[in-house]
Write a protein that binds this ligand. Structure first.
Ligand SMILES: NC(=O)c1ccc[n+]([C@@H]2O[C@H](COP(=O)([O-])OP(=O)(O)OC[C@H]3O[C@@H](n4cnc5c(N)ncnc54)[C@H](O)[C@@H]3O)[C@@H](O)[C@H]2O)c1
Length: 327
């Protein structure tokens, strides 16, 4: 199939481009390079520097690509995703993450592209009452980032009904790790996730890591999250694309490992590779005690099973950063 990957120069988008190429698909990338990098592009996937909120530019790219052979699907990764930033700049988040989707769907309609695969987030669930999230549970996000992604989901669901689109919405849990080849990984100046921050402390790129709160109602008192390796996540997109195209369906899937690990367990996993300094801090506002994906639906319908462990996630992120330090 011919696939447009919007946001394909970013962390998850670039891993997905690689999986799509491996599966034999014809791929082109659209990205404005705001947080993505040209370094993560592939010669085998054509690249257009454009912003998905710019309908004229998007129309033009789809025209060029449709001219040779029809575009079958769009995968939409392009978004702003830093929670703290979304609190101080909500309009930027709604503009990019919600208007970006509206604009993209308008261009898709003009270009007669019927299939859309969308990156959503566990943040859509908010402070979940049990901590075990299922796709049909009530979504009550607790920050503008989560709100913007849930609003985008609504735009997609309503558009699917009205315009006959086939759609697949993936709600990712904590995505981490690097491609085992170390060609791709998470390389940003503004990192907020526990795995890369702890690895950076182990590599002495940071003085320490802070654990925010050790009095949660969990076994060791620290928050529990579900970690998924980025390559497992990327492969789920290949399966989701094939499923959505074949069944002409509109589905929402959680993508997580269905296992929870505490922040302390993550830190201990990194400590197995190298020592690091850990400091204890106060709880952060809006951090739920536990968030774990129930990924049964993706396991059953897509035949998707993650193959990488927490140890693999930590090791690949460590090796990726260590390699770049040497360069
Ligand atoms: N990383 C995570 O842990 C995580 C968790 C849940 C959901 N997600 C979702 O996954 C998607 C990808 O996240 P990521 O971690 O790869 O982020 P990323 O910042 O690495 O990738 C986003 C890419 O989109 C591009 N982009 C942003 N706005 C654009 C626009 N208006 N037009 C064109 N390109 C634009 C950026 O340049 C970048 O290459 C996002 O939609 C995010 O909400 C990520």
């Amino acid at each position: 199939m011919k696939i447009c990957v919007c946001g394909g120069a970013g962390y998850i988008g670039s891993h997905t481009v690689l999986e799509l190429l491996k599966a034999g698909h014809d791929v082109f990338v659209i990205d404005n390079l705001s947080t993505g990098s040209q370094e993560f592009l592939f010669d085998e996937a054509r690249f257009y520097e454009a912003d998905c909120t710019d309908q004229t530019a998007m129309d033009r790219v789809f025209e060029i690509e449709n001219d040779e052979s029809p575009v079958d699907a769009v995968m939409h990764f392009a978004a702003k995703l830093i929670v703290n930033e979304s609190v101080s700049m909500p309009l930027d988040y709604y503009y990019n993450n919600v208007f970006g989707v509206i604009s993209l769907i308008q261009s898709m309609r003009k270009a007669n592209i019927k299939t859309l695969i969308f990156s959503s987030t566990a943040a859509a669930y908010g402070d979940h009452p049990t901590g075990f999230c299922e796709e049909n549970d009530v979504c009550l996000p607790i920050n503008p980032y989560g709100n913007s992604k849930l609003a985008a989901e609504m735009v997609i669901k309503d558009s699917a009904k009205a315009y006959g689109l086939n759609t697949c919405i993936f709600r990712y849990f904590n995505v981490a790790g690097a491609h085992p080849s170390l060609r791709l990984g998470l390389d940003k100046s503004t990192l907020t996730h526990i795995v890369p921050i702890t690895v950076m402390a182990a590599l002495k790129q940071r003085s320490h890591v802070t654990i925010f709160g050790d009095d949660y109602p969990t076994d060791d008192g620290t928050c529990i999250r579900d970690y998924i390796h980025v390559s497992d996540l990327a492969y789920a997109h290949v399966l989701g694309l094939e499923y959505t195209h074949k069944h002409q369906s509109n589905e929402v899937f959680n993508l997580g490992s269905s296992h929870g690990y505490s922040v302390k367990q993550v830190v201990d996993e990194v400590k197995k590779i190298a020592p690091l300094e850990v400091q204890m801090g106060e709880r952060r506002e809006g951090d739920p005690a536990k968030l774990i994906a129930v990924s049964k639906k993706a396991n059953e319908l897509l035949q998707w099973t993650p193959k990488y462990s927490l140890a693999d996630i930590v090791k690949t992120d460590y090796d990726f950063r260590a390699k770049r330090l040497k360069q």
